[in-house]
Design a protein around this ligand. Structure first.
Ligand code: SF4
Length: 106
């Protein structure tokens, strides 16, 4: 598995910390299937997300979470491994109610 530059034991967690976005507001990343939020105030900089799904979580990119790079279930599984709760995910759903037709056909 490819590890993004700046991530790994030889470089240490300080490198992860310095590469993480400095913005302290809640960040939202969404596809039509899954919404991922990141609260930088909670992040413990473990790097678990980066190792779990490097195609989606890559601090070398300005937009460091790209949930469209993997299936929604894989994104949610990676988010679930976040030990601090900084990452959260939710399925994006749309509810289309079937309205019965007057003739009962639908
Ligand atoms: S897994 Fe969670 S706590 Fe660890 S670096 Fe990623 S967002 Fe931060």
């Amino acid at each position: 598995m490819a590890v993004p530059p700046g991530i790994g034991r030889s470089i240490g967690m300080a490198a992860i910390f310095s590469a993480m976005p400095e913005e302290r507001r809640l960040q939202v990343y969404q596809t039509d299937q899954v919404r991922v939020t990141f609260d930088p105030n909670l992040c413990q900089h473990s790097g678990i997300c980066l190792g779990a799904l490097p195609a989606v979580f890559d601090v070398q990119r300005k937009r460091w979470i790209q949930p469209d790079k993997a299936p929604a279930n894989a994104v949610m599984a990676a988010v679930a491994r976040c030990p601090s709760g900084a990452l959260q995910s939710h399925l994006v759903t749309s509810v289309i109610r079937s309205v019965p037709r007057p003739d009962g056909s639908g």
